[in-house]
Write a protein that binds this ligand. Structure first.
Ligand SMILES: Nc1ncnc2c1ncn2[C@@H]1O[C@H](COP(=O)(O)OP(=O)(O)OP(=O)(O)O)[C@@H](O)[C@H]1O
Ligand SMILES: [Mg+2]
Length: 507
């Protein structure tokens, strides 16, 4: 296989061949360029090379144009020309080992995540909560944890929020104020999320990221493709889900230090969505995850139209840059173009800014890290053609891949385990029953005690009365009235009456 010839990833050819050192791949990368300039094809070529090297990949497929990776490519004039021009001797078309996932279960194994796994930080972002409200959400999570309640889906979270709201006074001492305004705001945000279809996204089977690490019989890494066409209609849901997966990967993998090649490559398409209106805290979190995940052997690739969409703190950590053509008509676009050009180590042979606008489809300005981790001077180069098909695979082929996948059984059954919603509902019912019973018993006991007291008092009064009979005959009627009241009045009324009567007696 030509890509493995030098143990490196041959990505593009300009005056010279451009290779990505697998040992440097954990320094991440950026694929940028205007629409239709070749970003997805670049992603395909990279993912194929990783697979050939035995590195599994995760790829978000936003446009549904990656399904063709399970089908060998077909020769076109353009591809033939590239093969000849780039001097690729042993080019062969090939399909790749692909697994399809789809939150909506239409074109892939259904995958979800649970509320518990997503955690309060990402959920706050998804729900658009304020600082104070997300503080309350964190408390809700802690209480669920402490009580051992599983938060799987949205109805679990709703009943948990309700529960905490109902018991706010009790939790105040430990956790501080939980206002009904915050509880109300969270409930409303949850309803909105549900209306937007967020409920399909939470639940089980939850995606087990360990399943991504698999190889075919030739040792090629599996490509885990998440069909995102529909998910992408909810950009915040999409970007939060992907960010969650990145942080899960971080949690899952042990510290690995410098490896010969990454353990997995993660392709994040339409990455600008992650940063659109993102609060500073979230950007810091992304920046942190990207920085730390390096030593776990994960190679992260952001794909976006414009590098200016990615915050500088994140951009600064992306070692390899593949910049396809940029349009620069408006002042904003011109500014973004200058920014993109400046991010490269200039090549004295050409003017970066000018070339950026001239690049043909499938051509790019490329800079990678050399074996010492230093960014190479920018090269103008043509990206290699992919070996798998650039077309969309037909439904039959996709369905065959899905049903023959070893993960088919595991992810097909949608389950609804006993979790917070069921437990809290059951508890509520039981509590209500018990409370009613207890109230009844308490009332009975009290009635009994008070009846006895009344009888005793009445008896004492009677005694007194009898003693005083001779001198105070008129008072004896009161005690009799009290004792008859005790037997004939209802609980509450009776109690008040006793209080009143005895109160007056005490005086
Ligand atoms: N390296 C390449 N070799 C051969 N053909 C290519 C190459 N790159 C791009 N093309 C051709 O250009 C078309 C558009 O490329 P691609 O889909 O990668 O663009 P894109 O930047 O991902 O666009 P969008 O922003 O719309 O997703 C491809 O369908 C293919 O025909
Ligand atoms: Mg694309």
């Amino acid at each position: 296989m030509y890509l493995k010839d030098e143990g490196r990833i041959w990505l593009a050819t300009g005056d010279e061949r451009v290779y990505i050192e697998p040992a440097m791949a954990n320094r991440h990368g950026l694929i940028a360029g205007a629409t239709g300039t070749g970003k997805t094809v670049t992603l395909k070529v990279l993912a194929e090379s990783f697979s050939d090297l035995g590195v599994p990949t995760f790829i978000a497929d936003v446009k549904g144009d990656l399904t063709g990776m399970c089908v060998p490519g077909e020769e076109t004039k353009h591809i033939r020309r590239s093969i000849d021009n780039m001097g690729i001797d042993n080019f062969d078309y090939s399909s790749y080992p692909v697994r399809f996932f789809d939150v909506y279960a239409r074109r892939g194994h259904p995958v979800r995540t649970t509320i518990s796994e997503m955690g309060p930080e990402l959920l706050s972002r998804l729900l658009g909560l304020t600082e104070v409200q997300s503080g309350v959400l964190r408390i809700v999570f802690r209480i669920a944890d402490e009580r051992g309640l599983l938060l799987l889906d949205l109805k679990d979270l709703r009943s948990m929020v309700q529960f905490v709201g109902d018991n706010a006074a009790e939790y105040k001492l430990t956790y501080g104020n939980i206002t009904s305004q915050s509880i109300g705001a969270i409930q409303r945000a949850l309803l909105t999320l549900e209306d937007e279809g967020g409920d399909v996204f939470f639940g089980e089977p939850a995606l087990d990221l360990a399943d991504w690490f698999d190889w075919d019989e030739d040792g090629r890494g599996v490509m885990n493709i998440l069909e995102c066409e529909e998910l992408f209609l909810h950009p915040l849901l999409y970007s939060t889900f992907l960010l969650w997966m990145l942080s899960e990967l971080y949690e899952l993998l042990p510290e690995a230090g410098d490896l010969e090649r990454p353990k997995i490559a993660f392709f994040f398409d339409e990455a600008h969505l992650l940063f659109n209106d993102a609060p500073k805290a979230l950007i810091e979190k992304v920046e942190q995850v990207v920085r730390l995940i390096r030593s776990k052997g994960v190679s992260v690739w952001f794909i976006t139209q414009n590098p200016a969409d990615v915050p500088e703190s994140v951009l600064g950590q992306l070692g390899s840059r593949v910049q396809h053509a940029l349009r620069a008509y408006t002042p904003n676009e011109q500014k973004a173009m200058r920014y993109a050009a400046r991010s490269f180590r200039a090549n004295p042979a050409f003017d970066t800014e000018r070339v950026l606008q001239e690049l043909a489809v499938g051509e790019a300005l490329v800079s990678v890290l050399d074996a010492d981790g230093i960014p190479t001077v920018v090269e103008r180069a043509g990206i290699l053609p992919p070996r798998s098909s650039m077309n969309v695979a037909d439904d039959e082929t996709v369905n065959r891949v899905i049903s023959s996948s070893p993960l088919y059984e595991k992810y097909t059954q949608i389950v609804d385990r006993e979790s917070a919603y069921e437990i809290i509902s059951a508890e509520r019912e039981q509590e209500a029953e018990e409370a009613a019973k207890a109230a009844e018993e308490a009332a009975k006991a009290k009635e009994e005690v008070e009846r006895k007291k009344a009888e005793e008092k009445a008896a004492r009064e009677k005694e007194k009365e009898e003693k005083k009979k001779a001198s105070q005959r008129k008072n004896s009627a009161v005690g009799k009235a009290a004792s008859s009241a005790a037997s004939s009045f209802g609980r509450e009324l009776g109690r008040q009456i006793f209080r009143g009567i005895f109160g007056t007696f005490k005086k």
